[in-house]
Structures are given as C-alpha cells and as structure tokens.
Design a protein around this ligand. Structure first.
Ligand code: TXA
Ligand code: MG
Length: 342
C-alpha cells in the first residue's frame, strides 16, 4: 500500500505551485489521478515504461487493453504519433481540447506497454483547465485510463477515485466534479476508413460532418475480417448490482417490474431505479429511486455519480430506463448496455 496524497486545485483559480509539484511527481514516474472534462484519469509519464506498467497494476487492468495518451498542445503530437493524418488534423482543429480520442500510428518513443503491443496509439487533448495545466507542468505526455479499478464505474469526483484506488496511487488532484461525465469518443483514423471504437458525447453524426463516412466496429469487422478491438469487452462500465435495462418511456412497465421483484422476496432497500420518466406506484415502495433529465448532456454529467451513489446504498438490483433514440444519446446508450451486459 502507498500513502495516497490528495491535493485540491480549483479549476477557476489554478494554484501553480501545487501543479508544478504534481507535474514533478509525474515526471518522476509516480501515479497521479487528475480530473479531465470527461472522467478522472489515472496518469503516468507515457514515455516511462515502468511508470505505465504501474497503471495496469493499480487498476488490475489486462495488459491487452491500450491506454490513451494526453497532451497539452498540438506541438506535443510528434512525441506521441509518427503520422498525423488529415482527418486527425481536421478533427483536432474542430474538437480539441475536448472529449475526442484519435487513434493514430504511434511514435517510436511511446513504449509498447502503452499501446498493448500494437502499432497505434490513442491521443487526446482534454478540455479541463486543471488537466491542461497539469500536463503543461509535467512537460511529458501522460498516459491515463479512467481512474477506477478495472470493470468498475468510472470516477467523476476525487471521492470516487479514492473509493477504488486509495493506497494504490501516489496522488489524487481534486479539481471538483467533471462536466461531460462519460468517457471520450474514440475514433481510429490510422486506416483508410475511420472506425468509431467507442461512442461518446461527440457523436458519429458530428464526426461525419467534419471528415465524411465513419464505420462502426461491426461494419469494419465485415470488411476486414475479425479486427482487433482492444478493450471493447461488452461488460465494462459495470455497477456491482445486477442491471436490468427497460424500454424508454414506459414507466408503468418499470413500476410493474419492480413490483414483481418485490413479490419474489427482494427487499425494497436492495432495489435501485434510475429513470428519466417519473415512476408512479399504486402504493408507496421504499426503493432507491433516482431520476435524470431528458437532456443528453445533463444526463451524462450525472450518470456515473448517480450509479456510484446507488452502489453506495448497497442496492443489489438496479432497474434502468433506457434513453431515447437520437445520436446525442449514443454514448450514454452504449454505457447503459455495457452496464447491463452479463
Ligand atoms: O475520457 C476518456 O477517454 C478518459 C479520460 C481519462 O481521458 N480515459 C479513458 O480511458 O476512458 P480508458 O483506458 O478507460 O479507455 C480507453 C479506451 C479503451 O476502450 C481502449 O480500448 C481504447 O480507448 N484505446 C486506447 N488505445 C487504443 C488503440 N490504440 N486502438 C484502439 N482502441 C484504443
Ligand atoms: Mg475505463
């Protein structure tokens, strides 16, 4: 066990000496968790093989799942990527800093532990003042997965990070709750046709407006045979409770489902419900019920915090209302489906 330090840095009042000290820890090979606009990341110097190996150990992450490298400026791209395709340039101009990871051919200086042995690397410039200032202070590209134990819910606060990683990381930089709320969109622009490996709050529709047609992994599989889709296990963003996904806009069905669960002997305090629609019961039931707004960006911002909260209540069964159709909901729909995957 390590001693885990926690240092607060206000996003609107950056404390340079704290950031310099945190940057020096990263340079020295330490593990530093920090806020990005999506979720908290668990960072290590991307050029330091041993430091990066420490990330996999702290998370219990399989070595076959590659990491995203974070940079503070376009000037750092050449440290990470050997080729910077036109599509990457266009998308970076439009969406960076922001919640978009671009997969490109890796630079020689990036050790294979970062890319899970592969020839490509994920790179992104996060849009969080604390992340950008920390990356600048570190003066090195920083490899960072989400700062949770492997398969658990991603963290959107420093408290969530400590819940999973206290004693396993050297420092947590607390910059308050994150705003985007789900992980970045991951787009592979290393080949002829861009492939959307992971949906996020920047939707396929928005990407296609900048670079034209984008393939989904399923379509890419058909074209290229069984393609490598590292880290795309279906069960990934998983709460500890058993998750049951119900159709959107049918609150009566959800209420009935919960009634049926209660009649099988599951205690009300073991049941959580996460819905957009209001739920009405004929007679009151003492389950944990949370509602989220019918607006994708605000829903995403609160999703993981709400899941962490329900998990902390100790619910063993979680009924979730699916989200509406529409590309702005794609990233959220993907995370809910993964949470429900057996
Ligand atoms: O928003 C985010 O992306 C957060 C913050 C911390 O930046 N990071 C994050 O990292 O979600 P992680 O490790 O939890 O997810 C990285 C995803 C995985 O699905 C991984 O398989 C994919 O990116 N990925 C990374 N490098 C890749 C590569 N070379 N080829 C294909 N997929 C890659
Ligand atoms: Mg993750």
């Amino acid at each position: 066990m390590k001693e885990t330090l926690v240092w607060t840095v206000q996003p609107d009042h950056l404390n340079q000496s704290t950031l310099e000290a945190a940057g020096a820890l990263l340079r020295a090979g330490k593990l530093v968790a920090f806020p990005t606009e999506t979720v908290y990341g668990l960072g290590a110097n991307a050029l330091d093989e041993q430091a990066v190996a420490g990330i996999f150990k702290a998370k219990g992450r399989p070595a076959t799942n590659p990491l995203i490298v974070h940079i503070a400026s376009l000037g750092q791209v050449s440290e990470v990527a050997s080729i910077w395709p036109e599509a990457a340039q266009k998308l970076a101009a439009r969406y960076w800093p922001g919640p978009l990871t671009l997969i490109v051919p890796k630079a020689q200086g990036i050790p294979l532990v970062v890319t899970a042995g592969g020839p490509t690397v994920g790179v992104r410039m996060p849009a969080h003042p604390v992340a950008l200032a920390l990356l600048q202070a570190a003066q090195v590209p920083v490899a960072a997965p989400s700062a949770n134990r492997s398969t658990e819910i991603s963290p959107t606060t420093a408290r969530h990070v400590l819940k999973g990683l206290k004693g396993r990381v050297d420092l947590v930089v607390d910059g308050g709750p994150t705003q985007v709320g789900i992980e970045s969109t991951v787009l592979d622009v290393s080949g002829e046709v861009p492939i959307l490996w992971r949906e996020g709050m920047i939707s396929r529709t928005e990407l296609e407006q900048v670079i034209g047609p984008v393939k989904t992994p399923a379509a890419a599989h058909n074209r290229q045979g069984p393609a490598a889709s590292p880290g795309q296990e279906r069960k990934h963003y998983a709460p500890k409770a058993e998750v049951l996904l119900q159709p959107f806009g049918q609150p009566e069905t959800i209420a009935e489902t919960i009634r049926a669960m209660l009649t099988t002997g599951i205690a009300p305090s073991q049941i959580g419900a996460l819905t957009i629609s209001p739920l009405r019961f004929q007679t009151p039931v003492a389950i944990y019920h949370e509602t989220l707004p019918l607006e994708a960006s605000r829903y995403a911002e609160r999703l993981y915090g709400t899941l962490h909260h329900l998990e902390d209540q100790g619910v063993t069964h979680l009924v979730i209302e699916a989200v509406p159709a529409g590309s702005q909901w794609d990233g959220i729909r993907d995370r809910l489906q993964r949470a429900a995957a057996k």
